[in-house]
Ligand binder design. Structure first.
Ligand SMILES: *Cc1c(COP(=O)(O)O)cnc(C)c1O
Length: 400
């Protein structure tokens, strides 16, 4: 079949809730993907950081195949021989006390909202049904009704109300705004350490430390959504480490399975997850043995193959080289590890045209909003592969 035929099938039979680039991929390995005509591309999106370990990583693939031969799903009505090991290895790696496994990122977010509300009522003493959670403008935490209800992106929320009450929105990167927003019924503050979908927005230095202090002083839970920033993407295992702090609750997902399978988790540093009792929360697939085996392999690959250090080193190089590209329509190039955003002046026209030109020359990335391109290749990328990318990116950005 021709690429155009695959595209027509998607257009005809699928809901149009995405506007993908017109490239039909059929194979991937490491940082590379191939389309149905055999053309090779360097993946600079990594499925929004879900394939940090690179496409079809052989060790994760092996774990998936082996486990799927033995046992895939038991439900949590029974125990399985992978879950406990997954908990232990993930807790040791992240220095957490407890884990609650789910599937998608949005489910981890929903789980944390339920958990901190319950903590608020049972431990903090907030009157029932009055808990408030503070979140940031321009956040991205997923797509459920509750989550889009506290989004500030009109496209994400308009037409989907009525929404869940109990959320307060403050500007991102502004610790004073947090301090002022905390009320007696506030139970938590949730933010991304670096806002990914908003366009790689890095808060001012010291922000997370200030936020940590405020949350401790006011007795509210600090929730960091590291679904995108976590697991090596920013050059640290968790982005919170850049400021030497620990959140009370951390959300991870995406790269937790290296792109093989949806696996997410709520990690808790204190005993807050202990407020959930049997029957109060769950998921048919959450914590299944296949997910656990895949996630165990995915986190081993991250650490044993030094992907976190590689993200720090190659990310710094990539960022420096991208900054050297001269083009007056580039407003800023910023990044942390291999999470890099190139922002254009809005009058320079859409970033979409750059994504399309980059695709033609063999670089896959996706604009976020109209004027920002994110470069976030798998963390297995080498300096040589970054040079390959730069040779193609430079003439496209430089022209115009
Ligand atoms: C992708 C993402 C989510 C949602 O994850 P899904 O698996 O798509 O539900 C939540 N938070 C952040 C920061 C994300 O990047």
């Amino acid at each position: 079949m021709k690429q155009q035929e695959y595209i027509q099938l998607e257009e005809k039979y699928g809901a149009h809730n995405y506007k993908p680039l017109n490239v039909v991929l059929s194979r991937g390995q490491g940082v590379w993907v191939w389309d149905t005509d055999g053309k090779k591309y360097l993946d600079c999106l990594s499925a929004y950081s879900a394939v940090n370990q690179g496409h079809c990583h052989p060790r994760i693939m092996h774990a998936m195949i082996e486990q799927s031969r033995r046992l895939t799903l038991t439900s949590r009505a029974f125990r399985n021989d992978q879950l406990g090991l997954f908990y232990k290895e993930l807790c040791e790696l992240t220095r957490s006390h407890k884990v609650l496994p789910m599937n998608s990122g949005a489910e981890a977010v929903e789980t944390v909202i339920k958990t901190v509300r319950k903590w608020g009522y049972q431990v903090k003493g907030v009157p029932e049904d009055h808990a408030e959670i503070i979140v940031c403008a321009d956040n991205f935490h997923g797509r459920t009704i509750t989550i889009v209800g506290f989004s500030t992106d009109p496209g994400s929320r308009e037409g989907f109300g009525p929404f869940t009450p109990g959320f307060t929105i403050i500007p991102f990167g502004d610790a004073e705004a947090l301090e002022a927003a905390v009320k007696p019924n506030t139970v938590g503050f949730m933010a991304e350490p670096v806002q990914g979908e908003a366009g790689v927005i890095i808060p001012p230095a010291g922000y997370l430390q200030k936020v940590r202090k405020i949350c401790t002083q006011k007795n509210i839970m600090l929730i960091l959504d590291e679904i995108q920033t976590g697991l090596g993407r920013t050059g640290k295992l968790l982005a919170e480490e850049h400021e030497g702090i620990e959140a009370d609750l951390t959300l991870i997902g995406k790269a937790l399975s290296g792109g093989f399978y949806p696996v997410s988790a709520v990690l808790s540093n204190s005993e807050v997850l202990g407020v959930l009792k049997p029957g109060e929360h769950g998921s048919t697939f959450g914590g299944n043995p296949l997910a656990c085996a895949v996630a165990r392999a995915a986190i081993k690959v991250l650490t044993e193959e030094n992907l976190i250090e590689n993200a720090e080193k190659t990310g710094a190089y990539f960022l420096d080289e991208l900054k050297k590209i001269k083009n007056p329509s580039v407003r800023e190039v910023r990044g942390l590890g291999l999470m890099i955003g190139m922002e254009f002046h809005s009058e320079a026209g859409g970033a979409r045209q750059y994504s399309e030109k980059l695709m033609e020359s063999g670089i896959l990335c996706k604009e976020t909003h109209d004027n920002i391109i994110r470069f976030a290749p798998p963390l297995v990328i080498s300096k040589k592969e970054i040079d390959w990318a730069l040779e193609r990116i430079e003439p496209i950005i430089r022209e115009k």
